[in-house]
Design a binder for this molecule. Structure first.
Ligand code: PA5
Length: 447
């Protein structure tokens, strides 16, 4: 089987191999800190050895409960936000057929998402859209108290209970939450929902290999074993004993820190496969929330080419030179479409006759890479052999591991997110939530 590979050859005109090598020792030390638990936020390192600790029994239980849920519903609504949503959406979108929702004979339930916003139109349109379908829900919240998913859950729970009655509703609702604390845990126990636990020592954005990611994947009919196997293999391949030159996580972390120190403050994650859009959204949360603190951190951005070459392409080519690009380059598509030759070449496309669309896409990728490098944008290539559960598991674990290493190299605590509280405090103050009386007085002075 092919492996994921990283190619730094197109950053070499911006940063020399010896400069990157000078980060080798700190990258390796940071990787060791993740294992020895000697760095900041070490109480949240449960994700590091998570893939290799997942047992066959755990996966069997997940598949069994997911099969039961699937058998009851045509639509499963996954409720959650941030780390309790993005990874799940990313994998389901990446692995599923783009147009499976149009397939009248589909056997797997359609997965839709709620609780990732507070838009009245979104939830209202969702409730109307599901009217004629049987439904179930997966409510994911580690804290069990996050406002956005809690509001969505209140609405969807009421709908399920009014349609099916309390007893059947308890079989159509699965909760994924903290093992002991939080209102969701108490509610799930009281109502008798099947519940899966998010370990205390795994933070939201690092939780894709807990039931947060695994259970919805099983409910969507995806191959959980393969996803976990990819992560397991990558956990071994990025271990603290794996030499720098062979370790994708240390290489990637060292390269991006070297870039940052040279003034490249924005990293754009690009791909030429629209199915990977949410992988980039997940990656943005992972790196943005982990590194953006103490006045530091690369700003993570993303684009999907070639669509965004017709929007962001101009800026990337000629705008301020503080960007570098990391391209997830997919080796093989899962389908074949060949461009036919036509007698009258009215559209002038016969020069492409006999080529596959992926051949054209590859040349778009190569041409863009060369143009961007020529324009002053360093380019890191991460080669993903194909899009499937196995390689996504491997890729996502690699990004997690590199994120922990990169955060430690930067000198921050990659596992907290104190800045996220600021908006919540203001929102609660404005909504006059009990306990926020003084904040309400303070914020009113700013209105
Ligand atoms: O990474 C994180 O910790 C956050 O993005 C959380 O996942 C997000 O805020 C949702 O939190 P919870 O799962 O407690 O509802």
């Amino acid at each position: 089987m092919k492996n994921i590979q990283i190619d730094l050859s197109r950053i070499s005109t911006f940063i020399s191999a010896s400069e990157i090598d000078s980060y080798k020792a700190s990258a390796e030390a940071a990787n060791k800190m993740l294992v020895d638990k000697t760095g900041k936020g070490s109480e949240f390192l449960g994700w590091v050895n998570l893939p290799t600790s997942i047992s066959t029994e755990e996966i069997d239980t997940i598949n069994r409960v997911a099969n039961d849920l699937k058998s009851r519903a045509e639509i499963i609504i996954c409720i959650g936000i941030g780390g309790s949503y993005l990874g799940t959406k990313a994998i389901i979108e990446a692995v599923s057929n783009n147009f499976s929702f149009l397939n009248k004979n589909r056997t797997e339930p359609t997965i839709i998402f709620a609780g990732q916003n507070i838009s009245e139109d979104y939830i209202s349109e969702l409730m109307s859209a599901i009217k004629d379908y049987s439904i179930a829900t997966i409510m994911t919240s580690k804290s069990g108290t996050t406002t956005e998913p809690a509001i969505a859950f209140r609405i969807i729970k009421a709908e399920i209970e009014s349609r099916y009655g309390k007893e059947e509703a308890s079989k159509r609702i699965v909760a994924i939450t903290d093992g002991a604390r939080g209102t969701l845990k108490a509610l799930a126990d009281q109502e008798g929902y099947s519940t899966f636990v998010i370990p205390d020592n795994v933070g939201g954005r690092f939780s894709i290999f807990t039931p947060v990611g695994l259970f919805p994947l099983a409910a969507a009919g995806l191959n959980v074993e393969s996803f976990v196997q990819g992560a397991k293999d990558m956990e071994v391949a990025t271990g603290e004993d794996v030499p720098f030159e062979k370790n994708l996580a240390t290489i990637y972390a060292a390269a991006r820190n070297a870039m940052y120190k040279k003034g490249y403050k924005i990293e754009i994650l690009a791909s030429y496969e629209p199915k990977l859009q949410y992988i980039a959204e997940w990656w943005k949360q992972l790196y943005g929330e982990s590194e953006g603190k103490d006045g530091l951190g690369i700003f993570p951005a993303s684009v999907v080419f070639t669509a965004d070459l017709h929007s962001m392409g101009q800026y990337i080519q000629e705008g301020e030179r503080t960007l570098f690009e990391t391209v997830i380059s997919v080796g093989q598509p899962n389908s074949t479409v060949t461009i036919e030759k036509i007698a009258e070449d009215l559209d002038g496309l016969n020069f492409l006759a006999g080529k596959r669309l992926s051949d054209v896409n590859k040349m778009a990728e190569l041409g863009t890479t060369i143009a961007h490098v020529d324009g002053g944008v360093p380019n890191i290539k991460i080669a993903l052999p194909e899009i499937n559960e196995y390689y996504l598991g491997a890729l996502m674990y690699m990004f997690e591991r590199a994120c922990g290493i990169s955060g430690y190299m930067l000198g921050v605590n990659p596992f907290d997110q104190p800045g996220v509280e600021a908006y919540k405090k203001n929102m609660f103050a404005l909504l006059e939530k009990p306990g926020y009386e003084n904040d309400t007085i303070e914020i009113r002075k700013k209105l």
